[in-house]
Design a protein around this ligand. Structure first.
Ligand SMILES: *Cc1c(COP(=O)(O)O)cnc(C)c1O
Length: 380
């Protein structure tokens, strides 16, 4: 089945009992057991039909064998990290999501896990960071907000060589753009609050595995920890996911046009976009991504105030988050990445002038006109 057909007919696409083409919201905590131990569902933390539908769907979309839905992307990440124990060492990409960094730094370190932060584009640096205690490599590609791209297949094979798990947060790409399990990665996870949900109306997380033992371990942890996605949210997430293909094509079309526009705009100093042929990661992006994503970051010329620019935008919404129908803009230095000390932030390339744009699906004419009036406004 092709990807767009899977979105509609993949997973469990109709209700077993009524034939309803939209899986009902099963608001039940427990289920009648005709014979002890023989029922399909027992208790909704362990399994719920509405949640199961979205779990089977994401497993299909990522070409995995088991999917798991959580109350947030952060809950999904925490559950995956619960595979590890005191003394275990994990190599982490150097610009992972701020909340992931906070979880590692403020919580997991207290449980005796250790972490080394590495630019995962540098395979030698990753290999050098491996110790006898290393159990996994965890990364995002493209990254936030500089959209750096790591060679997924190369990392997966390096991990295999050293018997490490490879874990990828696929939030910024979505399975429309890349399927890491097919490149040898062990665990893929998502903040489904972004492209998968797609409508800025649900907080959810998803995990997918291919190897059955690993799937069983994640399932065990999901039930043991209990940060599951509720039936209503599971339904809403599946409803949003059905249009992922339609939305992604519109996102990609608009992103390309905005990149071309920014490229011609003299008030722009630098653009970060994996589809820029001058970008250092372009060849890898072209190799492993189906389209370059719809996130674009750019720097204004030195001295120009990014606050003034984003506040002048009228169609493009000033807000955190990404992957929504509506175009969203933010200033990482004072918003999403404001908690990082300025020196570290600058060292990582996140300047005060940087602006991050999540390109939405509005008519491109309006988006370009909005950008043009904001540039004109700050030039005056
Ligand atoms: C938003 C986000 C998360 C966290 O997900 P929540 O659903 O907000 O908990 C994790 N990783 C990435 C890349 C994100 O963008």
């Amino acid at each position: 089945m092709e990807f767009d057909t899977k979105l509609i007919h993949g997973g469990i696409s109709e209700d077993e009992f009524t034939g309803a083409t939209s899986i009902p919201i099963y608001m039940a905590s427990t289920f009648h057991q005709n014979k002890i131990g023989e029922s399909k569902y027992e208790y909704s933390r362990s399994g719920n039909p509405t949640r199961e539908a979205v779990e089977k769907l994401i497993a299909d979309l990522e070409d995995g064998t088991a999917g798991f839905a959580f109350s947030s992307g952060s809950a999904a990440i925490n559950t995956v990290f619960s595979l590890f124990s005191v003394g275990d060492h994990i190599i982490v990409g150097n610009d992972v999501y701020g909340g992931t960094f906070r979880l590692i730094d403020a919580v997991l370190k207290r449980f005796g896990m250790t972490f080394t932060v590495v630019d995962t584009r540098d395979l030698q640096a990753v290999e050098q960071a491996i110790t006898p205690q290393t159990k996994a490599v965890y990364l995002e590609t493209p990254t936030n907000p500089l959209l750096r791209v790591t060679d997924i297949a190369a990392i997966a094979s390096l991990a295999k060589k050293h018997a490490l798990l490879s874990i990828i947060d696929n939030t910024f790409a979505s399975p429309y753009i890349q399927k890491p399990l097919n490149m040898g990665v062990d665990i893929v996870l998502h903040s489904a609050s972004k492209y998968l949900g797609g409508h800025s109306d649900v907080i959810a997380g998803l995990v997918v595995t291919k190897e059955p033992d690993l799937g069983e371990q994640i399932g065990y942890l999901q039930n043991a920890i209990g940060s599951i996605l509720a039936p209503q949210e599971s339904w809403l997430l599946q409803r949003g996911m059905k249009t992922l293909g339609l939305r992604m094509r519109a996102h990609l079309h608009n992103a390309e046009a905005i990149f071309d526009y920014l490229n011609q705009q003299p008030l722009v100093n630098k653009i970060y976009y994996p589809g820029d042929p001058e970008n250092a990661d372009y060849a890898i992006a072209k190799k492993q991504m189906n389209g370059f994503g719809a996130m674009i970051s750019f720097e204004l010329q030195p001295g120009l105030d990014p606050r003034l620019f984003v506040e002048k935008l009228q169609v493009i919404t000033l807000a955190e988050s990404l992957g929504a129908l509506e175009s969203l803009v933010e200033v990482p230095a004072i918003m999403t990445h404001g908690a990082i000390p300025r020196e570290t932030r600058l060292k990582n390339g996140i300047t005060d002038e940087l602006i991050r744009l999540s390109v939405g699906v509005e008519d491109i004419t309006d988006l370009l006109a909005d950008l043009a009036q904001a540039f004109q406004g700050i030039a005056e």
